[in-house]
Ligand binder design. Sequence first.
Ligand code: URA
Length: 424
Amino acid sequence: MSFSAVDVIRAKRDGHRLTDEQIDWVVDAYTHGVVADEQMSALAMAIFLNGMESSETARWTRAMVMSGDRLSLDVDRPTVDKHSTGGVGDKITLPLAPLVAACGAAVPQLSGRGLGHTGGTLDKLESVPGWRARLSLDEIAAQLSSVGAVVCAATEGLAPADRKLYALRDVTGTVEAIPLIASSIMSKKIAEGAEALVLDVKVGSGAFMKTLPQARALADALVGIGVDHGLKISALLTDMSVPLGVAVGNAVEVAESVEVLKGGGPADVVELTVALAREMLSLAGISVDPAAVLASGEAYETWARMIRAQGGDPDAPLPVGGHKHVVTAGESGVLSTLDAYAVGVAAWRLGAGRARKEDPVQAGAGILCLAKPGDRVVEGQPLLELRTDTPDAVPYALDALTGGWTIAESAVPPGPLVIDTIRG
Ligand code: URA
């Protein structure tokens, strides 16, 4: 069936629900260049302004899944994946995927690169010497069977409609629309073929969603789409007002993840890794205690096998930014805030992130948060350690950090890291 793009735009502009047939047609026609970028821009803006009903969002997602391949993961263990909406210092996939695999599930993690102030999992892993992000479908299947965990780049054929639409939204001010974000994330996850999915929906200054009601609305939309597509699905709402862990960057986050896999690491990273692992294992129907597996060292063994399977050397020294700049406390007291967004932007400016998707990132750039909210500090004590290969970037990073922390006489104890869980 064929429609007029202008009629579809008018329908959404005037606040109507698009029919299933209109949605299927417009997504397919846009993917194949029949609907032009300027027409899809107008439609995206109409969706941004007028929203979509949940059944409409589910159909839009289905149309984006149908625009490309759908993997069929032929493995003899339950498959379960996790997706984070993105945060500062969010390295959780690195310890989580091998941990959940070591507990008996298969974890296919088709990940992206960072854009803006939140880092990308592939950028972090590429700081491991030799590690390769691009795998063929056969390699993904073989590694899932042999190791149980794969973290790699999404193949070109997965949800091509989303790839095209996301690039358009990026330049037309239409990224921040809940139906468009939810359908974009879920189309890729559904196409990837896992049976179960746990979402880490971040809320706070360092996240996409700055407030709890916004994050809850996104989580509800994501879970609703998953249920509609027959996925076992849950969403954890987690705090992203403060960076996760100590390390923010690429190699520094890999090093911190390895500490966690060896039984150490910062308490918040361990807490969130274990909470997400519990939820993933519960959806996969596996009753194993992930905290015990983490403590046993088995998760580290799986990590080492996962890295080797993709050409990496888990024992090789990680790159370290050649220039170091330490920021110290200007007074004594209690560190009461450390703003995730400020730290994320500073790390990005030091070279850990990219401004355009074709830019390279520095493996050794990043920030170590040497004090976290609630810690008592004395004047002159190191608060942040900045690392980069481009020392000229330091003043720009320091600009981003202006007002990024406060020291007070006392501090309100931080709220919970896992704020709520929404189950499908
Ligand atoms: N991540 C995605 O994959 N899509 C969005 O629209 C936003 C975040």
